[in-house]
Ligand binder design. Structure first.
Ligand code: FE
Length: 285
């Protein structure tokens, strides 16, 4: 089972950009419904995931669309709440330097971010993300999430109409500009930026209230799944590589006596994935 994380502030704390009515509907109805559907789908059906991140990647790999959509939406919303604060202050330190270096400044980055979100067709999410210290702005469609990509999200804003229609009607660009000017939690984004560079651990969805399976059984399956994945070509940045990293983390954490995953295992995962490369079976060989 996955929990519905509480908001890290009061429902009315983000006014006037996001009203209390929108927050109550968005968190209490939309987000809660995604969590409810996920828990209904995984109840008693033996999904071995021990985290929402693992569940999302497994659903993507298995093509379980309904589970993926609802699990990804649950994750994206929980992350979205953390990306906002009623006491938004400009970034400082390494992230501020990277923004100036790559975009010229916070206002210029804002133009890119707001433009990306405003012109995104249909529902989705607009993200500020990092990969090996480089920032990028991108949008994803519908429930799609960066959990399945080799990118660390720093900030995200919801582009679904339920996020802004009550307060801004059809003016998505106006909503995004007001959001950018008043709500980003740059302190949180800095923590994510640090995690991308191997300093600290990035945000993880709160753990499931109860593991769907016995730990020993899950670990045996993790080892089996890992050996199976490493028999084939593992494309860098692919869902498969994410899953390999995750399984290695899980097994390493268990060796250390706990199930807390750490990104420090990722270089080992990459080496293992590279070791599995067989030029004869690689695409295009
Ligand atoms: Fe939403």
């Amino acid at each position: 089972m996955i929990p519905l994380p509480d908001l890290p502030y009061a429902h009315g704390a983000l006014e006037p950009v996001i009203s209390e009515a929108t927050m109550r509907l968005h968190h209490g109805r939309h987000h809660a419904r995604y969590v409810e559907v996920v828990n209904g789908l995984i109840a008693g059906d033996g999904h071995p995931a021990t985290s929402l991140e693992a569940l999302i990647r497994q659903a993507a790999l298995a093509g379980e669309r309904k589970l993926f959509n609802n699990a990804a939406q649950a994750w994206n919303h929980a992350f979205f709440w953390r990306c906002m604060t009623p006491e938004s202050r400009p970034p400082v330190g390494g992230l501020a330097g990277a923004i100036v270096e790559q975009f010229g400044g916070l206002a210029e980055l804002g133009e890119v971010f707001v433009g990306e979100g405003a012109t995104h067709f249909g529902s989705g999410w607009v993200w500020l993300a990092a990969q090996d210290g480089r920032l990028q702005v991108l949008s994803t469609h519908d429930a799609d999430t960066l959990v399945t990509r080799d990118l660390i999200p720093l900030l995200v804003c919801d582009l679904w109409e339920h996020a802004y229609y009550l307060d801004h009607r059809q003016d998505r660009g106006g909503f995004l500009q007001a959001w950018w000017d008043r709500l980003p939690n740059w302190s949180f984004a800095q923590g994510q930026f640090d995690a991308d560079r191997g300093e600290g651990v990035g945000w993880r969805h709160p753990l499931m209230a109860e593991a769907p399976r016995e730990v020993a059984s899950s670990l045996e399956e993790a080892a089996d799944e890992l050996s199976s994945l490493l028999e084939a070509w593992v494309e860098p940045g692919s869902v498969q590589e994410h899953r390999v990293n995750e399984l290695l983390d899980l097994l390493a954490a268990e060796q250390e006596g706990g199930l807390v995953r750490s990104r420090t295992a990722r270089p080992a995962a990459r080496r293992a994935a590279s070791a599995a490369e067989d030029p004869a079976s690689a695409p295009g060989a």
